[in-house]
Design a protein around this ligand. Structure first.
Ligand code: NAD
Length: 360
């Protein structure tokens, strides 16, 4: 019998609808080729939900999210200059942060794919970034650490933030990180500040214990200060990087500039049962509605959904390969167009079409 997967499609605001449309096109092609069936239910979130429900994450969308097998999310938020209008005020907090909490999303994956054809857009020198494709995958713990501890301001001149971690949470991240590293290039770097922080000592202890179960994985623990310098000096030495919450926030922002555009960065966040897939960038109101956004981030997020939520690895591989093909052939949306000979500038929907055609 054909497997059917229920997907909550939450495009949100700005470029969300147009890039999600391209991801659905690609997914529909995979259904036909790889023999599974996808059932999409469209839901409202962010400013789009506010227009109808006066709520950024209405009950109807909560129910849809809870009852789906996975969530394909666009992005939310209005123009930065309109942040104080009711529709946009606290929009991100009330929708994306709320859905993370609602689904208890506790592990975040942010791959930074570096394509040799796009290194003109990478801020690092050519001799550092090199001329071969590679990808760094940052795995960030999302539910504990300093963002979730107590914050206090006992007086105008004093402030405290508390960081807390427990063994169970770290073990869950460590097991996921080792398994992922084992399935890729067998290299895992765990980031901490164990020379100073007690939470980091626990983090390192758990990772080192877990390393014994994965003798084939080349594992290292590395201090955060060393990691940032190494990432700038020689990013190619890394493959999978696992980080506690705060360090993961910083490291994933650093690696996000390497591919050259926010439009190339997908992401996944894992919850207790339902996982969420979304581009790393925002709603890009400056280019919304013009059919010029780069849909690759959304399509890569869709590929991660097939891989991690549905275990449809062949279909996910086919999408990733199709993206590599179209970049190699020379198709470029505006954000990755350099005007070199051999490049062809395409719209958002045309990019969706050529990726779809290149599958299978
Ligand atoms: P942004 O990521 O939306 O845009 C930054 C720049 O990157 C813009 O020039 C934009 O055009 C470009 N860009 C982003 N995605 C692109 C794509 N796919 N193709 C081509 N270019 C792309 O960040 P911002 O402008 O600071 O924020 C806009 C809104 O998005 C704000 O309301 C912010 O709160 C929200 N936001 C939402 C999320 C989310 O939904 N997870 C994340 C970040 C920002």
């Amino acid at each position: 019998m054909t497997k059917t997967y229920k997907i909550a499609l939450l495009p949100g605001d700005g470029i969300g609808e147009e890039v999600c449309e391209q991801a659905v096109k690609v997914l529909n092609k995979c259904e036909k080729l790889f023999g599974f069936s996808l059932q999409f239910t469209h839901g409202l979130i962010g400013g789009a939900a506010w227009s109808k429900h006066k709520n950024h994450f209405p009950k109807e969308t909560q129910d849809l999210a809870k009852n789906s097998d996975a969530i394909l999310f666009g992005s939310v938020g209005g123009p930065v200059e309109a942040q104080f209008e009711q529709q946009w005020n606290n929009c991100e907090k009330n929708s994306i942060l709320a859905i993370r909490k609602f689904l208890n999303l506790s592990i975040n994956l942010r791959p930074a794919p570096i394509f040799s054809q796009l290194t003109d857009f990478c801020p690092l020198k050519k001799e550092i970034i090199g001329n071969e494709d590679f990808e760094i995958l940052v795995i960030r713990e999302l539910s504990q650490g300093i963002y979730f501890g107590e914050h206090s301001r006992p007086s105008p001149n004093e402030a405290t933030d508390t960081s807390q971690y427990d063994r169970k949470t770290i073990k869950k991240v460590a097991q996921f990180a080792f398994k992922t590293a084992q399935s890729r290039n067998k290299k895992l770097s765990s980031v901490d500040k164990a020379n100073v922080l007690e939470t980091s000592r626990l983090w390192r202890e758990v990772f080192e214990e877990e390393a014994k179960n994965y003798p084939k994985v080349n594992f290292e623990s590395i201090y955060i200060d060393n990691m940032v310098t190494q990432l700038v000096k020689n990013p190619k030495q890394f493959d999978v990087i696992a980080c506690p919450n705060l360090f993961g926030d910083i490291i994933s922002d650093l690696t996000s500039v390497l591919p050259g555009s926010l439009g190339m960065l997908g992401s996944a966040s894992f919850g207790d049962s339902v996982h969420l897939y979304e581009p790393s960038g925002g709603s890009a109101p400056d280019i919304a509605g013009k059919d010029i956004a780069n849909p690759i981030a959304q399509i890569l997020s869709a590929s991660m959904m097939l891989r991690f939520s549905f275990k449809e690895h062949s279909a996910a591989d086919a999408i990733d390969q199709a993206i590599r093909n179209v970049i190699k052939i020379g198709y470029r949306t505006g954000d990755i167009f350099s005007g070199k000979a051999g490049e062809q500038k395409v719209s958002c929907s045309e990019m969706g079409d050529v990726i779809t055609e290149n599958i299978g």
